[in-house]
Design a protein around this ligand. Structure first.
Ligand SMILES: [Zn+2]
Length: 256
């Protein structure tokens, strides 16, 4: 039944007053203990005093910290405010568009320029080697007491013979004086070329030929010790000249 009485006492205003003396006693005990502790420290009291003197300092620091925090918040606001309208973010946008636009016309120009040189074909030279790759067995000059009036070019029988330059065929057939099957081409500039000892002739008199065109095939007809092309240059009919310097002056080296 005693348990019910305190509940009733709490409802009454007098009950708190009864508890106050107990709390006051605890406070007094704490003050005594704290005083005893200060006395116990004794010698350390000086240090306590110095630390006590420093107490206002931390308060000032705390004020400074608040001021700094406020300044920092202002700084962040100022930075944020300044960073938002910054132009650099806008500048990179137009630059890539300008870069992407410039290479496009450059590639088109390069693509247009490349095919042009490929379409160009080499023009046929005015004068060509009548039998390319042949070995020179005799040059123009005195031989065995007589004039060898041409250059002998040797390759296996049947090798194609090419017109040294464009012109008109003036003779095509068996010629006299041991030339065998021969072709004469008049180049229209006072010069003629003569191709002797052919095994077979591929052109006819009056035919117009181009430089490099096949006019016949190498052989050993006529007075010949073996298959070869006897090549002559005439400055006027039957006025043979040395073919080597004549052809060399026109870009063809026959090797003599
Ligand atoms: Zn010869």
């Amino acid at each position: 039944m005693q348990e019910d009485s305190p509940v009733q006492n709490e409802n009454t205003p007098d009950t708190p007053h009864t508890e106050q003396p107990q709390r006051a006693g605890r406070r007094n005990r704490l003050v005594v203990l704290s005083a005893a502790a200060l006395v116990a420290l004794g010698l350390g009291g000086v240090a306590v005093a110095t630390t006590g003197g420093d107490h206002p300092a931390p308060a000032a620091v705390s004020l400074d910290a608040q001021a700094r925090a406020e300044a920092a918040s202002r700084a962040d606001r100022s930075v944020r405010g300044s960073s938002t309208p910054v132009a650099p973010s806008l500048s990179p946008t137009p630059s890539p568009s300008a870069v992407s636009a410039s290479p496009t016309p450059a590639k088109k120009a390069a693509a247009k320029a490349k095919p042009k040189p490929k379409k160009t074909t080499r023009p046929t030279p005015a004068w060509v080697d009548p039998m390319p790759g042949a070995a020179v067995t005799s040059c123009y000059g005195q031989r065995w007491g007589t004039l060898h009036a041409g250059i002998d070019l040797a390759l296996p029988s049947g090798t194609p013979i090419h017109a040294a330059a464009a012109g008109t065929v003036t003779q095509a057939g068996d010629a006299s004086d041991g030339y065998g099957n021969s072709v004469f081409i008049d180049h229209g500039n006072g010069y003629l070329t003569h191709y002797a000892h052919q095994s077979r002739i591929a052109v006819t008199v009056g035919q117009k030929v181009k430089a490099g065109q096949v006019i016949g095939y190498e052989g050993a007809t006529g007075d010949s010790t073996g298959p070869h092309l006897h090549f002559e240059v005439h400055q006027g009919m039957w006025n043979q000249i040395d073919p080597a310097p004549f052809m060399r002056a026109r870009g063809v080296d026959l090797g003599c």
